[in-house]
Design a protein around this ligand. Structure first.
Ligand code: ASP
Ligand code: MG
Length: 454
């Protein structure tokens, strides 16, 4: 059996039209296993409602629950109206029943959260996963309306995890065992439709795999089934050299290695859940990133070794960065100085984007937040502190500076009219980061992109 695992993200699950596209794509495969995200915005809204409930505002929280229900009702109604089928009344009934069951559950959880006046990680997972629980069931029903043999399967039956709510770790052995049941479904001619993102802890409670977790669900299942491909379907043609919403000449990257794609996932290119490539890599399964609106486009193919040898892979950028510079008081020794600074970062749970250091001073680039005020105050014990806000970080990923002199001159040419606050580069990670004023960041990014990716 030629099994392909297909994952459709939130934008693919946006409305009845994209649902139709998704189902037509599924139709083209011999033995597809389908993983879906929640419909667009739903996960975010669910978490928002949970927070509102915890803060005591049950009315607002309930309003959100109702709006989620309404949005899904609209999708089903529009879908079933545009795709008439003898069984549509039955399908509609079963969709409405499931939807009110799940929204009813959501409201119970919100009420409980309000009563507790706090949102535990466990409760957050139970609530956040409802989007996928709904979307997978409804899409499977709509598949029947267009004569596909789609079958809803609860992800909790397959994705077994530990109890680390919020970012649960999959139990690969159990998942491998459970995936046997998917083969049985496929053999009888049915297409399993499974919600991504969530799974089940040993005690039966719901867990989630973290932000963008549906990608990970897809690759865990693909790995377990040793599928032909793991396909991440989205609304753009693959992984781009930079964010195409801001960088006009950004283009899809035809091919990437697992290694480089993993680096990209970690360094800001929010394309895939960072753990996604591991199960694929273990069994050497190609991961394809494709566009539901242009299914013929080849998109990006992620494989063990890419044929395309590149001096640079991609560029990411983010605003709302800040620089913290700490200069040691004379009496402090170099090594304890750095330890003291980093200890304070750990205390504040602040992840660092880039660091430059000399013996007696250190400059750290990180995402701005109120925590930086606390950090700066606490660091006064260690040295003089300067906090600069409204900075932007441009990072070049997969950058082989050593290979080409040209690259360095192009980079420096692109920033020659701008004050550079900081530059870091490591050969090992092949990441070059530049910090500039936030309002210059996009200009710098565009100029670098044009020069390097032309
Ligand atoms: N719906 C979840 C999220 O927004 C999981 C996913 O879409 O991958 O993070
Ligand atoms: Mg995604």
């Amino acid at each position: 059996m030629d099994i392909n695992v297909l994952k459709f993200g939130g934008t693919s699950m946006n409305d009845h039209k994209t649902w139709k596209q998704v189902l037509e794509i599924i139709r083209g495969y011999e033995a597809p296993v389908v993983i879906v995200s929640a419909t667009a915005r739903t996960t975010r809204q669910l978490i928002e409602s949970a927070k509102l409930a915890a803060s005591g505002d049950l009315d607002k929280a309930t309003e959100i629950a109702d709006s989620i229900q309404d949005r899904h009702l609209t999708i089903i109604n529009d879908f079933l109206t545009e795709n008439p089928h003898a069984k549509n009344e039955l399908i509609r009934e079963s969709c409405e029943k499931k939807l009110s069951e799940k929204v009813g559950l959501l409201k119970k959880l919100l009420l409980y959260t309000k009563e507790q006046a706090e949102l535990s990680d466990k409760m957050k997972d139970a609530i956040a996963s409802i989007g996928e629980q709904i979307s997978s069931y409804l899409l499977a029903q709509c598949g029947l309306a267009v004569n596909l043999l789609t079958q809803y399967i609860d992800a909790k039956k397959i994705i077994k995890t530990d109890a680390e709510y919020g970012h649960a770790n999959p139990n690969r052995m159990l998942i491998n065992q459970r995936c046997g049941s998917l083969e049985t479904v496929l053999e009888s001619g049915f297409t399993p439709i499974i919600g991504g993102f969530y799974g089940e802890a040993p005690d039966g409670t719901t867990t989630t795999l973290g932000f963008e977790g549906s990608d990970y669900t897809a690759s865990l299942i693909g790995g377990a089934l040793n599928s032909n491909t793991i396909e991440i379907w989205t609304d753009v043609s693959g992984i781009y050299t930079s964010d195409p919403r801001f960088i006009d000449d950004a283009k899809p990257i035809a091919e990437l290695s697992y290694f480089d794609a993993t680096e990209m996932a970690f360094y800001g290119a929010k394309v895939l859940h960072p753990s996604t490539l591991k199960p694929a890599q273990e069994r050497n399964i190609p991961v394809l990133v494709k566009n539901i609106f242009d299914p013929e486009a080849s998109g990006t193919k992620i494989v063990r070794e890419s044929e395309l040898n590149k001096d640079i892979l991609a560029m990411s950028f983010k605003d709302n960065a800040a620089l913290v510079t700490v200069s040691a008081y004379e009496t402090v020794m170099g090594y304890s100085f750095l330890t003291n600074v980093f200890e304070e970062l750990e205390n504040q749970r602040l992840p660092v984007d880039a660091v430059n250091t000399t013996e007696a001073s250190v400059t750290i680039s990180l995402t701005d937040s109120e925590k930086l005020d606390v950090l700066s105050k606490n660091l006064i014990e260690v040295g003089t502190v300067k906090l600069e806000r409204k900075k932007g970080l441009v990072s070049l990923i997969g950058c082989s500076l050593s290979n080409i002199d040209d690259l360095t001159s192009k980079i420096f040419n692109s920033v020659k009219d701008t004050d550079i606050d900081m530059i870091t580069f490591t050969k090992e990670k092949r990441i070059l980061s530049i910090v500039v004023d936030q309002d210059k960041m996009l200009d710098v990014a565009r100029s670098i992109h044009t020069k390097l990716f032309e």
